[in-house]
Design a protein around this ligand. Structure first.
Ligand code: UGA
Length: 433
């Protein structure tokens, strides 16, 4: 199948590459000339395990192309995937300006049988709007479909190649069939291909992310209560998870969720709810609990050292919003660092992938290539991301290197009793030391 993918961000690049890998002829399009030039040269703009190898292999084999020429790529394409950004606007709702601009740009070049598919997370009603715009501009009823993406950063290739399910929203069953053929190589393990209306598909994406975010805010609130009650949230998690109606996934407490999806999507769904005159009580609570959770480590640091942190050297491990990515959008670590700096502390930071991105956006942070080096002379260590490398440090060396062996663990990586036995003053989330 000949496919054009517009937008070479996370979702677009992964989608295009994986479709090329399953034998399609894919052209990825972006208006950013520098980005396209770099992609042509094999330079991948994001860190995502396995992506670079896959891009290079498919480009070399002639199935994956990069261009800024929308017209040329769209003219021959049977499917046009729209994967442009839908960032949060000033009012919390998704900003769809890129989506509308692209819809208008492709209209004059669409083949008569082309199918325009939205891959970006778009508010309910967007597909209907695209259909209307295309009708106005082409004079025809073009095929439009919604195909939301559920991949996670850091596991994007695997999630795309082996999805739990594929959701498509279509008006015309034939369009659904075409999409089923496209996805057949990814659904060999009998995972479901779900066909519904575009509105339901658009809604599915938001509801999935909002429910996952709700699980996190819920467990964080319970973790904070556990601390006050003298319980251990890890035991509680095990205690509830064995109930098959509840399960274990996505109930790990921490320093709050971040990234480019959950915060934005919860707020966009809030805006949609309000727009329709309903009260988004749950959604608002999920967001506000999360904002508060981003400050829990700072409050623990203050309870330990007092309000004035002048002269304190504090190390932060983990800057990305989660492991296996260099993405720092809405990262809890950045909120913590700002609070620590405002209280007078000196910050030394380490992250396996995200330091360059943080350096571009902040000032006054001392970056360290090695996690061990970073704790040298530190009065405390704060852990914000559960990178694997952080789970088994050389505790004896760490104890020697730190000026005072105090650890604030925002991801519950270590056993409290063992940390005590190693001589550390250890604080974590929802567990008594
Ligand atoms: C999320 C969804 O998981 C994907 O299914 C979805 O496709 C994607 O958003 C999107 O809409 O594009 P992602 O943002 O990459 O994926 O990251 P997650 O792995 O879901 O983690 C999100 C945040 O939740 C991270 O900050 C993570 O540390 C936090 N988290 C996750 C917890 O604090 N506790 C948990 O138990 C799980």
């Amino acid at each position: 199948m000949k496919i054009a993918v517009i937008g070479t961000g996370y979702v677009g690049l992964v989608t295009g590459t994986c479709f090329a890998n399953s034998g399609n002829d894919v052209t990825c399009i972006d208006i950013d000339e520098k980005k396209i030039e770099r992609l042509k040269g094999g330079v991948i703009p994001i860190y995502e395990p396995g992506l670079k190898e896959l891009v290079l292999r498919n480009a070399e084999d002639g199935r994956l192309h990069f261009t800024t020429d929308t017209a040329a790529a769209v003219k021959t394409a049977e499917m046009i995937y729209l994967a442009v950004g839908t960032p949060q606007g000033d009012d919390g709702a998704a900003d769809l300006s890129a989506m509308w601009a692209v819809t208008k740009a492709i209209a004059p070049h669409l083949r008569e049988d082309a199918i325009v598919v939205t891959k970006s997370t778009v508010p309910v009603g967007t597909n209907a709007r695209i259909f209307a715009i295309l009708k106005e501009l082409t004079g025809r009823e073009c095929h439009v479909a919604s195909n939301p993406e559920f991949l996670k950063e850091g596991a994007a290739i695997d999630d795309f190649m082996k999805p739990d399910r594929v959701v498509v929203g279509v008006r015309d069953p034939e369009v659904g069939e075409k999409l089923r053929q496209l996805y057949a190589p990814f659904l060999r393990t009998e995972k479901p291909f779900l066909v519904m209306s575009p509105e339901s598909a658009e809604m599915t994406k938001y509801v999935a992310n909002a429910l996952l975010a709700t699980k996190i805010s819920f467990i964080n609130e319970m973790a904070n209560l556990c601390e006050k009650m003298g319980g251990d949230i890890n035991d509680v998690r095990r205690g509830i998870g064995h109930d098959s109606r509840i399960g274990f996934a996505f109930l790990f407490p921490g320093v709050g969720y971040g990234g480019s999806c959950f915060p934005k999507d919860v707020r966009a769904l809030t805006a949609m709810t309000e727009d329709k005159g309903n009260l988004p009580e749950m959604l608002r609570a999920v967001d506000s609990v999360n904002e508060r959770q981003k400050t829990v480590l700072f409050n623990k640091v203050k309870s330990h050292f007092g309000d004035d942190l002048a002269g304190k050297r504090i190390t932060v491990w983990g800057l990305a919003f989660k492991p296996e990515t260099d993405d720092i959008r809405e990262a809890p670590a950045l909120v913590l660092i700002k609070q620590l700096q405002d209280a007078g502390a000196t910050i030394v930071a380490h992250d396996p992938e995200a330091m360059e991105n943080v350096a571009k956006e902040t000032t006054g942070i001392e970056f360290c290539e090695s996690m061990t080096e970073a704790v040298k002379g530190a009065d405390a260590l704060c852990i914000c991301t559960d990178w694997k490398a952080f789970s088994q440090p050389d505790f004896a060396e760490m104890y020697q290197l730190m000026a005072s062996p105090v650890v604030f663990d925002g991801r519950n990586l270590y056993d409290p009793a063992r940390m005590k036995a190693r001589g550390f003053c250890y604080h974590s989330i929802g567990r008594v030391a």
